[in-house]
Design a protein around this ligand. Sequence first.
Ligand code: ADP
Ligand code: MG
Length: 449
Amino acid sequence: MNINDIWASAQERLEKQVSAVSFELWIKSLEPVDFKNGILYLSTTSETAKQRINNLHKGEIFVAVTGSSDEVKDVVILDPVERDAYRQNKEIAVESENRKFPGLNNFNAKYTFDNFVVGNSNKYVYAACRGVAEKPAAMINPLFVYGGVGLGKTHLLHAIGNYINQNYPDKTVIYCTCEKFINDYVNALKGASSFSAMNSFKEKYRSLDVLIIDDIQFISKAVETQEEFFHTFNELYENGKQIIIASDRPPKEIATLQERLRSRFSMGIIQDIQSPDYETRLAILMKKAQEEGYLIADEVVEYIAEHFDTNVRDMEGILAKVWFYARCLCKKSADMEDMKEALKDHDFADRQNLTIDRVVDCVCRYYSLRKDDLLGKKKSREFALPRQICMYIICDMLNLPLMTISNHFGKKDHTTVIYARDKIADMLEKGEHTVKVAVADIKAMVMKN
Ligand code: ADP
Ligand code: MG
């Protein structure tokens, strides 16, 4: 059943149910906007009309539309502002579907330079990315971008790809995660007629104009792939092709990275991306709300910008949740009540007073160790393993600079912390049971404290 049929049949029923005046005044002027995922969206002509309808006739409308077709599960009344936001939002979604590039080009059209908010924390990285997009292989090569999770690295990589596709349509650009590169390589090695599989792998990666590789830190696990990546890198570089790499840490902190790759990465520019400051966070949130068509009170946006200060992805998650709760109650815009609701199922409250000390205390309790011993220099396994687990958990749960963590353990540089973090991560990956249990238990203690 199409949307107009649904609404026509519901109107027929409503005409019999409500008074003639109400029908003329409120029902007749409703306009069907969309029917999606079982929800019928209707728009009023004004905000007041929406309030009246929700107060007086929501129940009747619900019964009429859900009764008119099995496919209809719910009805949402929008006022004109919400209707426009809804439509705009839908257009953006449709557009990004259409703009997905065929073949090799797999850029997410949602991520562009235009919708990347620039502030002090990311202005250099933004400039570098724009630079390579505008003049590939001319100024900065390779570009190595690093920073913590959810700070916009992947966004910028896609923005570069989208920009080059639009402005240099004859250049071949590919975005690929490090894992994809490793998989492709391993599959080529395993290929039935290995020779041609390997040839087509090489052809694919070595014939590009621009290679964008995300999350390169994962290459530390794949020694053979490093070898192949080194050759790919050289061939592209020597032929004057652009290479862009992103990582969650700088090259010198990627464990087991071949020295020659490390030095290749350092030939161009290595640029970090920091957590955004308050103003930038606020701007990111407002842009997001606008893009998604969320209507959210200023104080809520300010609250989020104030309290979620390290990771843009988390910030966006909570924003979406707040809007969701407001929608559940058919509110025009989300307020602090919805904020409270959204925070309930978020571990944010606990995270707020999550500190290094708290983790240290929990590890001491778990292993019955004295704090001095845990933080000290004793090297025997009974101290060393808990100490490494402690460092790992701090890295994992707290978004802190490595130097801060190192200083807490009386270290002058951060190699010990990196070593501990990677070692425990490795043990967890290999499924070492006692370590796995300890980490899970201690994390639970930390969260409960
Ligand atoms: P990373 O790859 O660094 O982990 P992402 O690029 O996936 O992070 O970013 C996480 C989310 O935050 C994405 O939805 C991205 O669009 C958004 N984001 C991060 N920084 C910004 C920014 N400065 N402006 C707009 N959106 C941002
Ligand atoms: Mg990413």
